[in-house]
Design a protein around this ligand. Sequence first.
Ligand code: NAP
Length: 255
Amino acid sequence: MLLENRQGLILGVANKRSIAWAIAAATAREGARLAFTYQGERLEENVRELAETLDGSLVLPCDVSDDAQVDSLYRAIQRDFGRLDFLVHCIAFARHEDLESDFVQTPREGFRLAHDVSAYSLVGLVRGALPLFPPEGASVVALTYLGSERAIPRYNIMGVAKASLEASIRYLASDLGPRGIRVNGISAGPVSTLAGRSIPGFNSILHRYREKAPLRRSTEASEVGDAACFLLSPWARGITGEILFVDAGYHIVGT
Ligand code: NAP
């Protein structure tokens, strides 16, 4: 098993369709013990029900825009796990009105909020995890999308926040490489999740991928889960600061 005796923190499970849950299923299958977070009581029951299907898992609250909650998350993980070998960031948020309007209309608060939750959170979470990462190193994976480098209609401020997330991945990889901590991103094709479906025109994006991607289909969450396992495992020990596309090849296609 690729992740035997490893302990990981996975943020961003909302329900069984979440990409974070596909990564949890794959990493648990490969032997990892997992801690999960939920934001607010609304999702607690969902996350607990899913986590109970995996032996030894831990479920804790964490709104990543609140430093105090991030601190208490790590205190609880320290008490229960004592050590973290990997961290998976599957969190993004932009206000609906900022996706519906033209990008040029994005107000300061919408810009700030999308960056805070979707990009800065990676920096704060990795910093908080440093005392829990063992001296032999650790691995971090964050989820991103092609809208970071192409202007995709209605992805708007989310695309700009993803560009910031990807740059943060490279700077974190550069900072933490000397300590053996690898930081990578997965750029996934469209997957039908709560966050995915909140992007205006999501169905037509799905349709375009099925029509144009070299593999002539969209992306399965389980494919992202398996790719994350690889990046988190020793098989990827020479890879850091990388964005790996798991999108049936869509990003290579020109028209
Ligand atoms: P999802 O199931 O809706 O997961 C998004 C998660 O982010 C939810 O659990 C959500 O919790 C959480 N979140 C939002 N704001 C938060 C906050 N302040 N603190 C803590 N958690 C917060 O959707 P998903 O598609 O799996 O998204 C996971 C990641 O994959 C995201 O980074 C997304 O951008 C990325 N991605 C998705 C696709 C796609 O097509 N689905 C493609 C490429 C990349 P709440 O529900 O409580 O807000």
